[in-house]
Design a protein around this ligand. Structure first.
Ligand code: TGC
Ligand code: FAD
Length: 396
């Protein structure tokens, strides 16, 4: 559906460059043509449309903000607009691109050696190679610093032997390379430090069983990473980062994209609710003519507009290199919460039809429950912002 068909009184169109507008339109057209027709089917069957991955590459949607290595070098606002269109279709599709781009390609580009970049980035940009990001563990979710996965140096070449288990890992069953965060002891120190390791699929002792039975994010593949004494060469370690800030800085990139992406899900539910309530007649009038329905539409419309302005403002700050992690927490927390509330409200506006797959809103609603939890739960971002404004940590 063209944007003009649904009123957005808080539009950002006039703030965009010609290139940004063209990127937005081209991505919307692609997503509408290639994702929309089958997404409900994939969700129902709990399958991911794998055949689209090379097309994401052709559209420049993989590693799009990075420079060189076959990547597009898009600015942060253009990138945000592409996230909107992916998530307008389904959060699971945006998740695939977020993980590949922000959680695997970005750290290789930022913290990797030249050899690591050459080996992985061009294939990942084309969608020929898939990556996953292994931080969470069965006993380390919100508190990743308590991870147990460890890497021990062994042998004359300085190989690492990695053991542990990662849980809830998007794309792991599909991945050609797993970026695994593990603790290791360095230079005779007895304090372990967190390091990132690029573990190829063919590594002996690596397995990635799929997690079945999700009632959310069904069009996204989730699994474990099980590492049973997996031996990798010394040069599998990302050389330019150590400590928890390694994975957390990747999350800052991905959370920025989520803060934009969820606006797409919110726009989709708002547009569907508006259309439905204009057509559905009860008490001899379209239900959109009732004051209570209009109040809901106005809330949806205004909250989306404010979320878009926030994302745009932070996008320009990011472009200037001035966006801070806590501002990204504000964007992720508030826009996800807004989108989840929008999906609940829109669902109610369709009455019984709101729970049906063919009306798409329930699918967004179920997906957004995951988005509320991953990449830092709503509560964790609340505490990160609380810490920034009081100077007092309330995490533990
Ligand atoms: P803390 O002491 O705050 O920080 C440790 C070091 O990290 C630095 N740092 C950051 N750097 C960049 N970006 C950020 N957002 C950062 N946050 C912290 C910090 O400056 C410090 O550096 P240094 O040099 O002083 O050592 O660490 P903490 O242990 O107190 O933890 C803080 C807390 C709770 C906020 C953090 O652990 C956290 O964010 N927890 C949430 C975990 C999480 O988000 N997991 C996500 C897993 S991945 C995922 O969900 C992917 S879903 C993918 C998809 O399908 O889209
Ligand atoms: P917990 O940390 O156990 O939290 C449970 C509840 O307790 C939450 O409400 C939380 O907010 C609350 N809580 C915890 N600590 C505090 C506190 N100090 N104060 C107040 N409340 C608190 N991880 C990856 O590494 N890579 C991935 O690709 C990835 N993909 C995912 C895909 C899906 C579909 C899902 C569901 C998760 C994914 N995750 C991934 C994991 C995700 O990041 C974690 O689920 C998330 O960080 C929360 O961890 P947890 O589930 O262990 O919950």
């Amino acid at each position: 559906m063209p944007l003009e068909a649904t009123p957005y009184l808080l539009s950002i169109d006039h703030l965009l460059s010609e290139d940004e507008r063209l990127t937005w339109e081209a991505t919307r057209e692609f997503c509408q043509r290639r994702i929309a027709p089958n997404i409900e089917h994939h969700y129902e069957k709990a399958t991911f449309p794998r055949e689209l991955i090379p097309e994401f590459g052709e559209m420049g949607l993989l590693g799009s903000t990075l420079a060189g290595y076959g990547c597009m070098g898009m600015n942060p606002v253009a990138y945000g607009l592409t996230m909107i269109e992916l998530e307008r279709q389904d959060s699971g599709i945006r998740s695939f691109c977020s993980v590949q781009s922000a959680l695997v390609m970005w750290p290789i580009h930022t913290y990797g050696s030249e050899a690591q970049k050459e080996r992985w980035l061009p294939g990942m940009a084309k969608g020929e190679l898939i990556g996953c990001f292994g931080l969470t563990e069965p006993n380390a979710g919100s508190d990743p610093g308590s991870m147990r996965t460890h890497a021990k140096q062994d042998g004359p070449g300085g190989d690492f032997v990695i053991s542990g288990q990662k849980f809830w890992i998007t794309n792991s069953p599909l991945a050609d390379v797993c970026l695994v965060w593990a603790k290791t002891l360095e230079h005779g120190s007895d304090t372990p430090v967190i390091r990132g390791f690029l573990v190829p699929r063919e590594s002996k002792g690596l397995s990635t069983p799929e997690t079945k039975g999700k009632l959310s994010m069904r069009a996204s593949v989730t699994g474990e990473i099980v590492l049973d004494e997996v031996r990798v060469p010394a040069d599998a370690m990302l050389p330019k980062i150590s400590g928890l800030k390694g994975p957390l800085s990747c999350l800052t990139q991905a959370r920025y994209g989520i803060g934009w992406g969820v606006l797409g899900a919110a726009m989709d539910v708002y547009e569907r609710a508006r259309r439905y309530t204009l057509e559905r007649v009860q008490f001899d009038r379209p239900i959109a003519s009732f004051q209570l329905t209009q109040q809901k539409l106005v809330e949806l419309h205004n909250e989306i507009g404010k979320g878009l302005l926030l994302a745009y403002h932070f996008g320009r700050l990011k472009q200037e290199g001035k966006l801070t992690p806590v501002q990204v927490s504000i964007l992720k927390r508030d826009n996800v919460s807004m989108a989840l509330q929008a999906a609940r409200t829109a669902r109610s506006m369709l009455g019984g039809n709101g729970i049906m797959g063919e009306f798409h809103i329930m699918r967004h609603l179920c997906n957004l429950e995951t988005v509320f939890t991953y990449e830092g739960t709503h509560e964790i971002h609340t505490l990160a912002i609380g810490r920034a404004i009081t100077g007092l940590g309330a995490f533990g």
